[in-house]
Design a protein around this ligand. Structure first.
Ligand code: ADP
Ligand code: MG
Length: 300
C-alpha cells in the first residue's frame, strides 16, 4: 500500500496533538541486548524548548533518535504531531522532525556546502525559489559564505557542525532535535548556535537540545529533563534543576558557574538562583550600590 503523501506535509499535521508524546518507551539495542531506555514517559508541547542532560551512556541519544523514527521503540509508543513513528518511515518523519546528529560526519554527503543546504528542503518538496532563498539566508546567518563551494569534509570541524545544523534548519521542521550542538565548538560558532536557539524560540519551533553545555541550556531552555541510567529522573525548570545540589551530584553534572556562585552567596541573602552571569551581576551590582537587588532580568 502506498504511504499517505500528506504525512510529509507539516501543514497537514494534527495541531491539536502534542509535539512529542512518549509512553512507556523501552529501547533495547539488538547488538549485545543493551537496554538503553527503561520505560520513558515524556510530553513536549508545541513551541517548548527543552534541554536533556545526563551522564554519558544514560540514554539521551537513544531517546532523541526515537523522536524522528531513526529508532522505533522496542516497547511503548512514540507519537509526534499525532503521528505514531512505528507506522512511518524516517523519510516521512523528516518534514515533522529535523535531527541534527552529534557528529556531522554521520549526516553530510553532498559535494558542496551549498548543495548540502539545498538537499533537505528539496527532498521534502519545497519549491526551487524558496529553497534558494532559504539557503542564501542560512549562508548569511551561519556565516558560511567563504565555504559555500567547499566540500563539507574540507572545512574545519566547528564549521562542518554548523553546516550540519544549517542543512536541517533550511527544512524549517516544526520540531528540531539537537544532539550536543556545541560540543567541539569555538567561541564564534557557539555564539551562532546560541543565536539560532533564540531565533527558533521566536519562531515558535519546538526544540529538544541534548547538551553538556550548561551555560547554553541555562540561557535558552525553559525546561530541563534529567536522565540517569536509561530513565528520566527529573523534569523541571533550569532554575529548579540547577539549584538541586543532590540531583546534580547524583548525575555527576555541574550546574552553570553563575548558579553555583549564586548558591554560595546571594541565594542565602534572598537573591536569585542566577542562571546567567548577567543575572548574577545585576543582583550583585544592586546590592553593592545599595539599591534593591535587581531581579528584572529573571525570565524563567
Ligand atoms: N548502537 C548501539 N549498540 C549497542 N548499544 C548501544 C548503541 N548505542 C548506544 N548503546 C548503549 O545504550 C546506552 C545508552 O546510550 P546513548 O543513548 O548513546 O547514551 P547518551 O547519549 O546519554 O550517552 C549505553 O549503554 C550505550 O552503550
Ligand atoms: Mg549521546
Amino acid at each position: 500500500m502506498a504511504e499517505p503523501s500528506t504525512v510529509a506535509d507539516p501543514s497537514t499535521m494534527d495541531r491539536g496533538a502534542r509535539a512529542i508524546e512518549i509512553r512507556g518507551a523501552r529501547y533495547v539495542y539488538p547488538t549485545g541486548n543493551v537496554v538503553a531506555l527503561g520505560g520513558v514517559d515524556l510530553n513536549v508541547d508545541h513551541g517548548e524548548i527543552i534541554g536533556i542532560i545526563g551522564q554519558n551512556g544514560s540514554g539521551k541519544t537513544t531517546l532523541t533518535k526515537l523522536f524522528n523514527g531513526l529508532l522505533k521503540p522496542t516497547e511503548g509508543t512514540v507519537v509526534i504531531n499525532g503521528v505514531n513513528t512505528a507506522e512511518r518511515s524516517v523519510q516521512q518523519m523528516a518534514a515533522h522532525v529535523g535531527y541534527v546528529f552529534q557528529n556531522p560526519n554521520h549526516q553530510l554527503f553532498a559535494r558542496t556546502v551549498d548543495d548540502e543546504l539545498q538537499f533537505g528542503p528539496r527532498n521534502i518538496g519545497v519549491p526551487e525559489d524558496e529553497i534558494r532563498a532559504r539557503v542564501d539566508e542560512a549562508i548569511e546567518f551561519f556565516g558560511l559564505h567563504d565555504v559555500k563551494e567547499e566540500h563539507p569534509y574540507r572545512v574545519s570541524f566547528p564549521i562542518r557542525k554548523l553546516v550540519g545544523i544549517a542543512s536541517i534548519y533550511t527544512m524549517r521542521p516544526p520540531i528540531l532535535i539537537f544532539d550536543e550542538p556545541s560540543t567541539g565548538q569555538d567561541h564564534n560558532t557557539t555564539k551562532i548556535i546560541n543565536d539560532l536557539m533564540r531565533r527558533l524560540r521566536d519562531e515558535g519551533t519546538t526544540v529538544v537540545c541534548v547538551s553538556h553545555d550548561m551555560p547554553l541550556l541555562a540561557d535558552v531552555v525553559e525546561r530541563v529533563v534529567v536522565m540517569k541510567a536509561t530513565e528520566i529522573i527529573a523534569d523541571a525548570s533550569p532554575r529548579e534543576v540547577f539549584a538541586d545540589k543532590a540531583l546534580m551530584a547524583r548525575t555527576n553534572l555541574q550546574a552553570p558557574q553563575s548558579t553555583e556562585i549564586a548558591l554560595q552567596t546571594v541565594v542565602g541573602l534572598g537573591g536569585p538562583v542566577a542562571l546567567t552571569p548577567q543575572e548574577l551581576a545585576d543582583d550583585l551590582v544592586g546590592r553593592l550600590s545599595g539599591s534593591a537587588p535587581a531581579s528584572s532580568t529573571r525570565k524563567r
